[in-house]
Design a protein around this ligand. Structure first.
Ligand code: PHE
Length: 337
């Protein structure tokens, strides 16, 4: 019996088969249990002998099974280890690393500068009411200057904002003359333009607004001069030319000098040596008034610039569409290490 059981254990090739052998030989209905159960029928002299024998056989079978089970488990583990072996000498697969978009970097650089000058950063909705986009900026319905910015209308009263200037009106309106305002607002704007190298139906602007007692044109000029030098280099100069915006009076356009000098001499970007980069002016008294500020007490300046244009000038990007088509080869050129 012992021999038979041991060879069955030996033959078993799975844990399940081993289990079956255990049930067959050591189980409640197995031969050994049967022998032990029949002990009562034996003579007192036979009992210890048969009993000991039965126990030894049972222990031997159980031991063999234990060993077999251990061996199987070891083999299983080894097989698994072999299968899951990793070749640490294989070269790794490169992980593509992203970085901020050029436009994001420029906007953040400009934000950082103005935060340093005490401006807070605000936001406003891209879907804007006619009131904030135009009327609150001194552009009543039917005003010819509305045509300066061809708009995408959604309903008669809602449109995609054509500039970030409505955030000026919103910010002042929320405060109603209770305190000064010093903010910039970056964001997307939309115009019905045909896309080409210098036009896009959607682009970015950064608005600036500073309203306080005694804000003067010279304050505007000082801030813009700092901005130009920070973005383009300390050797740059600015010049303000008279212009027109309904929400500022007087209004100006700012040019930066684009004379670049090196060891071999100087070269000039345009014939004039100046290039236009933003619109600005002193906040129109009517705009202050509509937003709850007393124009006799408060004055302010505002400006609006296009970060795409600034990035194009700073990095020599020749087509505004590069910012939106997201060709990775273009984007990668501007990732700082
Ligand atoms: N909103 C004007 C534009 O989009 C720019 C501007 C802003 C001009 C603030 C003056 C003051 O052209």
């Amino acid at each position: 019996l012992e021999q038979e059981a041991l060879s069955k254990v030996e033959e078993a090739s799975t844990i399940k088969e081993l289990q079956d052998v255990r049930v067959a030989y050591l189980g409640k209905k197995g031969p050994i249990t049967e022998v032990l159960r029949g002990m009562g029928k034996l003579s007192p002299e036979e009992r210890p002998i048969i009993g000991e024998l039965a126990n030894t056989v049972r222990a031997n079978i159980a031991n063999a099974m234990e060993e077999k089970k251990d061996a199987m488990e070891r083999a299983e583990l080894e097989k698994q280890l072999a299968e899951e072996q990793i070749d640490v000498t294989l070269p790794g697969r490169p992980v593509a690393v992203g970085g901020p978009h050029l436009l994001t970097s420029i906007v953040e650089e400009i934000e950082d500068l103005f935060i340093g000058l005490g401006f807070e950063v605000r936001e406003g909705p891209e879907v804007e009411t006619d009131y904030y986009n135009f009327e609150a900026l001194n552009l009543p319905k039917g005003h010819p200057a509305r045509d300066m910015q061809d708009s995408f209308y959604i309903t008669e009263d809602l449109l995609m904002r054509t500039h970030t200037s409505p955030v000026q009106a919103r910010t002042m309106n929320a405060i109603q003359g209770a305190r000064p305002v010093k903010m910039i607002c970056p964001g997307k704007v939309y115009r019905r333009d045909t896309d080409d190298a210098t036009h896009s139906h959607q682009f970015t602007q950064i608005e600036g607004l500073y309203v306080d007692k005694n804000v003067r044109m010279s304050d505007l000029k000082g801030v813009l001069d700092r901005f130009a030098k920070h973005m383009f280099g300390e050797d740059r100069e600015i010049r303000l030319r008279p212009s027109f915006f309904p929400f500022t009076e007087p209004s100006v356009e700012m040019d930066i000098s684009c004379k670049v000098c090196n060891g071999e001499g100087c070269s000039v970007c345009k014939k004039t040596g100046w290039i236009e980069i933003l619109g600005a002016g002193m906040v129109h008294p009517r705009v202050l008034e509509m937003a709850g500020y007393d124009p006799n007490e408060y004055s302010g300046f505002a400006f609006g610039m296009g970060p795409e244009r600034i990035a194009m000038l700073k990095y020599g990007v020749d087509d505004i569409r590069h910012f939106y088509t997201n060709d990775v080869r273009f984007l990668k050129q501007y990732h700082q290490a």
